[in-house]
Design a protein around this ligand. Structure first.
Ligand code: 5RP
Length: 243
């Protein structure tokens, strides 16, 4: 699984801290990425020790890891809807977390996230938004005063050029994501393409999220606003939890 950003020890502390917050009997959204993978492994250890949980995967990779570690799985369609148990808690990583500037006026968008480094943000947003509690797991390299990383935008293959034009009109610079070791574009678990869209500093993530969400051809974008309940930040020595 791809590892990016800070140290693996910090990611492990964050992931394990969130996994320890899961209670017996809960349905858990299983995020994607190297930090969320630590949470899945710890949940697997807790299942071995007798914890009763069921996981809802956000990607092929998180499903595979959960199955390998013995975490029982539900499909999203089995978890939500009438007579379904619902999702009690989701644990997921982030590529960037807006924490505001020190001593500044409260910044807009504090707690907003950029996700989609693993191209799984469409299913991640479905699961994270459906959960009663959403715990973000990150290392300090992910924290920033304002969001300024390129925003992953999943697009229908036929809409790739039209969406790229709309992104430029909105002040962004789109780049088609290419597979690292293959000669071709990244294809998501849903069969779509990803445009990484650089907008510079995103002072108003809510407005940009609405602009992208209402662009025809966009399947989902990686700005997550108003969803995170807690951020577990693993450091070299411990874990900080921001609520
Ligand atoms: C996948 C994601 C990941 O959660 C995000 O890329 C963070 O990954 P990592 O924990 O490996 O740094 O959004 O789509």
């Amino acid at each position: 699984m791809k590892t990016s950003g800070g140290s693996d020890a910090a990611k492990r502390r964050a992931g394990e801290s969130a996994a320890e917050a899961v209670a017996d009997g809960e349905v858990v959204g299983l995020g994607t990425g190297s930090t969320a993978a630590h949470a899945i492994r710890r949940l697997g250890d807790r299942v071995d020790a007798g914890l009763d949980v069921r996981g809802v995967a956000t990607s092929f990779a998180s499903r595979e890891l959960a199955a390998e570690r013995g975490v029982p799985l539900l499909d999203l369609d089995e978890a939500v809807g009438p007579d379904a148990p619902g999702i009690d808690v989701a644990i997921d990583g982030a590529d960037q977390v807006a924490v505001g500037g020190e001593g500044d006026e409260p910044a807009t968008g504090v707690g907003a996230l950029i996700k989609g480094g693993g191209a799984a943000h469409a299913r991640e947003k479905l699961v994270d938004a459906a959960a009663d509690r959403f715990l973000v797991v990150a290392d300090p390299s992910k924290e920033a005063p304002v969001l300024d990383r390129p925003v992953p935008v999943e697009v229908l293959p036929a809409g790739r050029t039209a969406v790229a034009e709309a992104v430029r009109a909105a002040g962004g610079e789109p780049t088609l994501r290419r597979a690292e070791r293959k000669d071709g574009p990244v294809v998501t678990d849903n069969g779509n393409l990803v445009l990484d869209c650089a907008f510079g500093a995103i002072d108003d993530p809510d407005t940009l999220a609405t602009t992208l969400a209402t662009t025809p051809g966009v399947v989902e974008h990686g700005i997550f606003v108003g969803l995170a309940d807690e951020v577990h930040v693993g450091t070299e020595t411990g874990v900080r939890i921001a609520r």
